[in-house]
Design a protein around this ligand. Structure first.
Ligand SMILES: [Mg+2]
Length: 166
């Protein structure tokens, strides 16, 4: 069992098209919880712009989440206009293989991005994909959330709900 990621970074938005190209990565499998969304359902800053940029560079994305919360996972997938697989049971290989099939890109040209070694990294390594570990959003944002005004959270939540109901 290989525990180490091929790459470790602060945040998903630091992954540049150049980096992906250098590593022969043509598609990304994205985790949701703590990778794209924090505990308060706040989306990582700059996610849409980052995704637009890598899409312009021909990189395909799909969401692979262990969550069984359809509304939450679909909300992020719809925001980026990409397909999703929920209740993936990572690190089991099944979900990664389903994602690979949908992407229609060889395993060795796919990177899986997530915040957990025992689900995202081990799963990706097990099917010989490139594994990218990011710092979990929540730990990093702890001091921020502590100071965040409750009213602001309510606004964000209702905004997110609207996106889902669209
Ligand atoms: Mg996660």
């Amino acid at each position: 069992m290989k525990l180490y990621p091929n790459h470790y970074c602060e945040n998903i938005t630091t992954l540049t098209p150049e980096f992906l190209k250098e590593n022969n990565i043509k598609a990304l499998i994205l985790d949701v919880d703590n990778t794209l969304l924090d505990f308060n359902l706040k989306i990582v800053d700059g996610l849409k712009q980052w995704h637009d940029k890598i899409r312009e560079n021909g990189v395909k994305c799909i969401i692979l989440s262990n969550s069984n919360k359809l509304t939450k996972v679909k909300m992020v997938a719809d925001l980026l206009d990409i397909p999703f697989i929920k209740f993936a049971m990572k690190p089991l290989k099944r979900g990664f293989k389903m994602a690979q099939k949908q992407l229609d890109i060889p395993f060795e040209n796919i990177a899986a991005v997530g915040d957990q070694i025992f689900t995202d990294v081990i799963g990706a390594n097990g099917v010989k994909m490139f594994s990218i570990l990011v710092k979990p959003l929540d730990k990093k944002d702890l001091w921020m959330t502590r100071f965040k005004r409750p009213i602001e959270e309510l606004v964000i939540k209702s905004y997110l709900k609207k996106q889902v109901d669209k």
